[in-house]
Every structure is written in structure tokens, then in C-alpha cells.
Design a protein around this ligand. Structure first.
Ligand code: WTA
Length: 655
């Protein structure tokens, strides 16, 4: 891939500025190394000490790590806490009037909520959820626009011990229904609609459609936040307006003390089969990872920072670095409903100027598209409040990194390129910005206590800067606990027997340079990374195969300037292979079909039709060949095992 090539040539190094290092939470490489050494010498004591210092416990834990049922690790499992208490209540003595959330709406309007107001609103919704029969352990699905209410809904679930599963607002009714069915949710929280880039996004209508699908009968109530005032259908016995259900509720709701290991949430993510995986996180371990990475990687200073993470709450980044981490630290943060390009590509920069944002965390794909739309726009704004930048979701190419560093950060702000996953819950490999020099394109070094390594497929050690499987050798608190309803898949996917059954296999490949810096090379499974979002090729393939006209389909990725990866689908129809106009029409139909089956984010960028797919004589689709075809590369693979070589020419043509 192009980024790997350019990254390999990258030699520049950017040490922390003396001024930044002087004030940093972890100051200087020696301080970082000392933390790592502590973790190495006594892994459990290291985590236990941090858990005692950074979490307010209702009942102190006495067990640290229980490995008896590995890989189902348990941390701090006789301790009791409440995550919402840790995110809100504990700040009230000193931060009641400090802004917790600064909301900017799509149209530029907005408002702020102080920690006191957040406490009241979470309390009222928590009481309403209880009144509607939601008890600890019940599942609540949240399908909301990016808004303070989405955060309030998540916090309210955490407060009463309900397990939330947030579904990104861009997912289709079918995807939503699958998640509702898999979790057996009793209640759905949604909005009538949301606004993005000046357009209304219908949400309630999607919920209505989802709830007509089989398996969703456990849902008794739908709470609807009025946001867009768009026209919606109403089911009086089931639907309740948010404002009605909190009206008259007490704003005080005692937190329910939960066990450290009780699940906080389930978040679905793509894997290498057709069925998304319900990643299940714990309460205490997850919270600890969120807190420590805020302190270490984002150098959090709650008294003076204005923090802004642009991720939607529908993704893990919006969980850890919007809904939980910043609040657990008592930060002031910006929440943005809209898109970076509306009304123009200066939106982010204007907001940074307006709110005096200090810490700005976004995705390489957004950076690349903003460079393209207006690389010199940041210069028109006062971005002097910024002190730290971060990226997440995919490797950042050195050119985009340099632009972010110079044009946005004024060559003053460190950039934390944060490598982590839905499954790891919090940052795993990222520079501690006052300690570790950055290199454009590298996520640098693991966080203290995170024992990463690179091995071959049998777990053998690799030397030099050979690329291999990225693994994490020791358990750590914020790691997923299991896959909801599927512990076997959890073991097989993440703790394969080939690696001994106790080592976490990340699914990424990486190599290390002479300084021990990690460079992520990409996924080792059939998962694509499109605009920083994970999409399983199998998921798209099975959605295509469900179309009445499709006989067979194979999906691969190809490099894309802005999105990182683009989706290319090779499709065999039940009718003769179409050409010209007819091919474009069917392709358009299939794209819409995918939007309905999964969501618009999974629409293929390109669809190519053929009479067949390239297969080996044993019938296996030759994906590597398809990848070469997709990127228009010379076919340098051995095609002697190919059953039907003539197919290559046909598939080479784009429709
Ligand atoms: C990729 C997002 C390179 C990686 C937090 C990982 C990255 C997947 C980076 C997880 C990064 C994430 N550099 N690649 N800084 N961050 N990835 O679960 O392939 O949506 O496995 O979590 O994104 O995506 P997920």
C-alpha cells in the first residue's frame, strides 16, 4: 500500500518541545520508561495502584487479576463502582458550574451544559428508564444523532447498570434490527431526526422499520428525543417523547453500584465473517483505560483544556473519548452535530478559534479531505489555543501528518497518532506527547503496561524490522471481555490456539524500526478500513448475495486518496453479464441495496461484473488476484492454478 511505502522512507523525528515537556503529565522519556519498567516488574501491582488512584470505588477491590478462566480475564472483580458517578458526581464539589459539554449544532447554534446540568439531566433520564422497567443488566439500544442527549442516554444507562449498545446513525434498519435482536434490547432511545450538512437525517423512521423485523419483540418502549421536528409516525402504545418522560422526574437518581466486571456496553464491529461482533466491555477496567489514556496521551488538564474529539458516539472513539474519558477527568469538551465541510471546509478551524480548543482529535480521512478542499484555510483562523493534536482510525500518511503539524498545529503542537481498536477500549500504541518523539506515520511506542510484540503466524519472534502479526502478550484492564452471545468466537478470533490461547491477536500487521517504533501496515483479516471505519468484506458480500439478481460476489479494498481504502465489488449476476447502460443501472441498484442492507458507509465505490470469479480448481476465490485487479496493478501472482484465466480480462473493465 502506498502509505507503507512512504512511511518506510520516513526518517523525520519530532521530539516534544521543551515548553510542552516541562508541563506534561508524563514529562520526558525517562519518566515514560520508568512507568513501563514498573509495569514490567509487577504488572498487577502497577494496574492496581492506578485503579485505586484514578477510580472512585464504592467498595474497594482486593482481587487484581483473575486469570483462572483465561482468556476470560477478570480485573478488580470484587470491587464495586458506578461509571456515571465517576464521570459526573465526583466532579460536582469543584466543577458544578464548569461546562462539561459545549454543543455546536449543524446550523451553528448551540448551548452548553455544566456538570451540574449534566448531573440533573442524566438523573432525570435514569429515573425515567427505571420507571419504564429498565433494570441492571437490561440492554438499551441507542440510535441517536451526535448530541449531548446521546451522551446523556449512555450515562443514564451506566448510572442504573443497564448495558447500552449504541448503533451509529448511518446504519440501516436491517443492521439496527440485527443489533436489537442480538442484544434482546428492551428499550430503544432515538431522535425524530438529526441534522448533518444542512440535511435532515431521519432516525425514528429507521427505528420503526427495524422494529417490524423478527427478533425485536423484546423492545417495549421507544424514547424519542425531539431534535429535527421532522414528520414521524407515532405508535402511542410504544413511543414516548423524551421531554414527556423526563417531565416531573426527580433529577436525583442514586447510582446503582455495579461490580467491576459487569458489562458497561456492547458495541458491534465488523469482523471477517458476515455477522458483526458484539464487543463487550467491562465497567472498571474500561473506565481505567479511558482515564489513563486521557492523562497520558492527551495530557489532560481539566482546569484549562477545551477538548474536542470529532468522532461520533456510534463508534468506539465516541465512547471512550467523548462519552466517558473526558467526563471521567472532568474536562470541558466540544460536541459537534455536523460535518467538517458544511457550510464550508473552514468549519473545524472556525470552531477551534471560537471555543479556544486546546486538544483536537480527529481522523486522517477528515484531514485528507480538508487538505483537498482548502489546504490553506486554517491560516485564516486563529488556532493559537491548540496545544495538542491527535489522530485515530487508520495510518496517517506522512504528507497529511506534516500538514496537520505545520498548518493546523503551527509546528508547535505534538501529534498523538493513536493506534487502538474497538476491542482494546483505549489507546494501546501512541506517543506520550511530553515524552516520546513523534515520527510522521508511526503510532510510536506502546503505553505503559501494554506489552505489544510482533510475531509470525505461529507466535515465533521476528527480528529486525520484519513485518508480522501485532499481538499483546499480557492482559490489560480495558480489553474486551467477550463477544456478546459468542464466547467461542471470542476465543477463536482473539486468542487463537496457535499462539497459545492467552495472547491477544489484534488482527493488524505491523513492523518495528530501529528505535522500536511501531508502524501499522494494515489488517491481516478480510476487514477493510474505509474512512477510518471497519467494514468486513464478508458482510458486504453476504449483503450482495442476498440481492435477488446476484449469483455470487467478492469484495476487496483498494487504496483511496481520501478514504484510505475504497470498496470494490466483483459481482456475478444470475442474468448474462450486463454491459454499458444496463451495467450502470444494476450497479446503482446494488449500491442502494447495500445502503439498505448495511448502511450508506458500506456502498461499494466500484462494481465490476463478470461471468465468473477467478477461482482455484478447488473452488476458492483468488482474492489476492482480485485485489491486484481492483487497483489496476500488473498481475504478478502465479495464475497457473486459476480455473478460468479468461475471466481476468473481463473483470479488468470497470462498469
Ligand atoms: C485501524 C478505532 C493505523 C487498525 C479506534 C485497527 C489504525 C482498526 C490506527 C480498529 C492508527 C486504528 N494507525 N491503524 N492510529 N487506529 N487503526 O475498531 O487496523 O474502529 O485494527 O477502532 O483501525 O478500528 P476500530
Amino acid at each position: 500500500m502506498s502509505y507503507i511505502e512512504s512511511a518506510l522512507q520516513e526518517r523525520r523525528s519530532f521530539p516534544p518541545a521543551a515548553e510542552f515537556q516541562g508541563h506534561a503529565n508524563v514529562s520526558g522519556l525517562d519518566a515514560y520508561r520508568a512507568l513501563c519498567a514498573q509495569a514490567e516488574s509487577n504488572h498487577e501491582a502497577f494496574w492496581a495502584d492506578l485503579a485505586r488512584r484514578h477510580i472512585d470505588w464504592h467498595t474497594a477491590f482486593t482481587h487484581i487479576l483473575d486469570e483462572s478462566d483465561a482468556p476470560f480475564y477478570r480485573w478488580f472483580d470484587d470491587g464495586q463502582l458506578n461509571v456515571s458517578y465517576n464521570c459526573i458526581d465526583r466532579h460536582l464539589p469543584v466543577r458544578a458550574d464548569q461546562a462539561a459539554l459545549i454543543f455546536e449544532a449543524d446550523d451553528g447554534g448551540g448551548y452548553q451544559l455544566s456538570y451540574r446540568q449534566l448531573h440533573e439531566q442524566v438523573g432525570a433520564l435514569s429515573n425515567a428508564l427505571k420507571m419504564h422497567g429498565i433494570a441492571p443488566g437490561d440492554r438499551v439500544v441507542i440510535y441517536m444523532p451526535m448530541s449531548p442527549q446521546a451522551v446523556i442516554a449512555m450515562q443514564a444507562c451506566a448510572r442504573i447498570g443497564a448495558i447500552h449498545s449504541v448503533v451509529f446513525g448511518g446504519f440501516s434498519a436491517k443492521s439496527l434490527a440485527e443489533r436489537i435482536a442480538d442484544t434482546q434490547a428492551k428499550l430503544v432511545i432515538t431522535a425524530d431526526g438529526g441534522f448533518r450538512g444542512g440535511k435532515t437525517v431521519p432516525l425514528k423512521a429507521v427505528v420503526d422499520e427495524a422494529l417490524q423485523q423478527p427478533g425485536t419483540d423484546a423492545v417495549g418502549k421507544v424514547i424519542v428525543y425531539r431534535r429535527a421536528s421532522n414528520e414521524i409516525a407515532w405508535h402511542a402504545e410504544r413511543d414516548i417523547w423524551w421531554h414527556d418522560c423526563v417531565a416531573g422526574m426527580s433529577t436525583v437518581c442514586e447510582p446503582v453500584w455495579m461490580n467491576a466486571e459487569d458489562p458497561l456496553f456492547i458495541l458491534y464491529t465488523s469482523g471477517s465473517t458476515g455477522k458483526p461482533k458484539g464487543v463487550q466491555h467491562s465497567s472498571a477496567g474500561y473506565l481505567l483505560g479511558a482515564i489513563l489514556s486521557m492523562l497520558w496521551v492527551f495530557d489532560a488538564r481539566p482546569d484549562s483544556d477545551v477538548y474536542w474529539c470529532t468522532a461520533d458516539v456510534g463508534w468506539i472513539t465516541g465512547h471512550t473519548y467523548v462519552a466517558y474519558g473526558p467526563l471521567a477527568l472532568g474536562m470541558t469538551q466540544v460536541i459537534f452535530e455536523g460535518v467538517p465541510t458544511y457550510p464550508d471546509a473552514g468549519r473545524f478551524w472556525r470552531m477551534i478559534q471560537q471555543y479556544r480548543v486546546t486538544t483536537f482529535y480527529t481522523a486522517p480521512t477528515a484531514i485528507r479531505s480538508l487538505i483537498k478542499l482548502g489546504g490553506d484555510l486554517p491560516e485564516q483562523y486563529d488556532l493559537s489555543s491548540l496545544r495538542l493534536l491527535g489522530t485515530v482510525g487508520e495510518p496517517i500518511n506522512p504528507q497529511a501528518w506534516m500538514w496537520f503539524y505545520q498548518t493546523v498545529g503551527g509546528s508547535r503542537c505534538p501529534i498523538a497518532d493513536t493506534w487502538w481498536q474497538t476491542e482494546t477500549g483505549s489507546h494501546m500504541i501512541a506517543p506520550l506527547p511530553g515524552a516520546v518523539a513523534a515520527k510522521p506515520g508511526s503510532c510510536t511506542l506502546p503505553l505503559p503496561g501494554i506489552m505489544t510484540d510482533i510475531v509470525d503466524e505461529l507466535g515465533g519472534k521476528l527480528t529486525g524490522d520484519q513485518g508480522g502479526y501485532l499481538i499483546i502478550k499480557r492482559p490489560f484492564p480495558s480489553l474486551l471481555r467477550t463477544l456478546w452471545n459468542d464466547p467461542e468466537r471470542f476465543k477463536q478470533v482473539y486468542f487463537p490456539a496457535e499462539l497459545g490461547g492467552k495472547t491477544y491477536l489484534t488482527g493488524d500487521s505491523a513492523h518495528r524500526d530501529e528505535d522500536g517504533y511501531y508502524w501499522i501496515m494494515g489488517r491481516i483479516d478480510d476487514v477493510l478500513n474505509v474512512s477510518g471505519h471497519r467494514l468486513g468484506t464478508m458482510e458486504i458480500e453476504s449483503a450482495l448475495a442476498a440481492h435477488p439478481q446476484v449469483a455470487e460476489a467478492a469484495v476487496v479494498g483498494k487504496p483511496h486518496d481520501i478514504k484510505g481504502e475504497a470498496i470494490v465489488a466483483f459481482v456475478v449476476l444470475k442474468i448474462p453479464c450486463p454491459e454499458g447502460e444496463a451495467a450502470s443501472e444494476i450497479a446503482a441498484d446494488l449500491r442502494n441495496w447495500i445502503a439498505k442492507q448495511i448502511g450508506a458507509i458500506a456502498k461499494p465505490d466500484e462494481i465490476r461484473f463478470g461471468d465468473n470469479l477467478p477461482k482455484t480448481r478447488s473452488g476458492k476465490i483468488m482474492r489476492r488476484l482480485l485485489r491486484s485487479l481492483a487497483r489496476g496493478a500488473e498481475i504478478d501472482q502465479d495464475i497457473s492454478t486459476l480455473e478460468n484465466p479468461a475471466i481476468l480480462q473481463q473483470l479488468n473493465a470497470t462498469s
